[in-house]
Design a protein around this ligand. Structure first.
Ligand SMILES: [Cu+2]
Length: 290
């Protein structure tokens, strides 16, 4: 009891704490770059960078709008009921209602309708983003191996050879893609299930041993992006990162030429796993005891 601050002393303290919090908030907002503000506007969703990504972004956005509308209505009814039917005297007994058939039909049918609408839009979006053609511009055979990635630029080398890059946990690989060209990604795994995603493409696909999952997308924005494995696949799953660079057609050709100068980056056929990529090489680098 004796430790309580007298209220006259507490008031200035409270005011200065409020002032500090306000000051820090203003400072934090002021320090936001245009890019940060842009990201806040998208609720931290990456900016769409493929021809399929805007469809996914729209589905995600409108799902949030629908969920918020339902949330606001539900919270509103809860608070209204709590206030409207509050106990106003100590011996008041509320009206004892057994059931209300119209209301019960409503709250059974309404959620079913909502699920149907969500399902309809999800299937539509999924069909649009997984659409494929028979002759994509380029094909990349992607291998997810514990715990990095191999990228094969299938048949894109001189004489139909395949330039490729193998990453390790210590040295994350880079995937280079040409802008405005339809890319087919064929996903292979020699060991366990991984999941391949370039963040700005807004979609991921499982990489499953024994089957080849494929999807197609056209990068629409040049620049640097990030990708990683989205399926917990083992102890170094968190190191399954890769860089993505979307470049012009000329820069892409130059990159392939550069790869072909090193015999270690050229194969006669795509390197799809097994002894080539399942050696966990990143764990054997010099000075790395793991
Ligand atoms: Cu993984």
């Amino acid at each position: 009891m004796g430790l309580q601050l007298p209220s006259r002393a507490a008031a200035p303290l409270k005011r200065s704490v409020q002032g500090a919090v306000l000051g820090l908030s203003v400072l934090a907002l002021g320090a936001c770059s245009a890019e940060d503000k842009d990201q806040i506007g998208r609720l931290a969703m990456p900016s769409p960078a493929s021809d399929r990504a805007p469809e996914i972004f729209e589905l995600w956005k409108w799902s949030w709008v629908a969920a918020m509308a339902v949330g606001v209505l539900t919270w509103g009814l809860m608070f209204y009921a709590a206030w409207r039917f509050r106990r106003t005297s100590t011996n008041l007994v509320p009206v004892q209602t057994r059931y209300n058939l119209p209301l019960e039909i409503f709250y059974t049918v309404a959620p079913i309708l909502m699920v149907i609408v969500f399902f309809f839009h999800t299937v539509n979006t999924q069909n649009a983003v997984t659409e494929k053609v028979d002759d994509p511009d380029i094909t990349i055979d992607v291998v997810g191996q514990q715990w990095s990635w191999t990228f094969n630029y299938t048949d894109q080398g001189e004489g139909g050879t395949t330039p490729y890059v193998v990453g390790t946990t210590a040295d994350r690989p880079k995937l280079v893609l040409p802008v405005d060209q339809l890319v087919e990604f064929r996903l292979h795994s020699p060991d366990v299930i991984h999941s391949f995603m370039i963040d700005s493409f807004l979609m991921k696909l499982d990489v499953i041993p024994g089957r080849v999952n494929t999807f197609q997308a056209t990068p629409t924005v040049t620049g640097e992006f990030r990708g990683k494995c989205f399926e917990l696949c083992g102890v170094y799953h968190s190191r399954m990162l890769f860089d993505v660079e979307v470049v012009t057609a000329a820069e892409y050709d130059a990159y392939l030429d550069e790869l072909q100068e090193n015999p270690d980056n050229v194969a006669q056929a795509p390197v799809l796993g097994g002894s080539d990529v399942n050696t966990q090489p990143g764990l054997e680098t010099e000075g790395d005891d793991q």
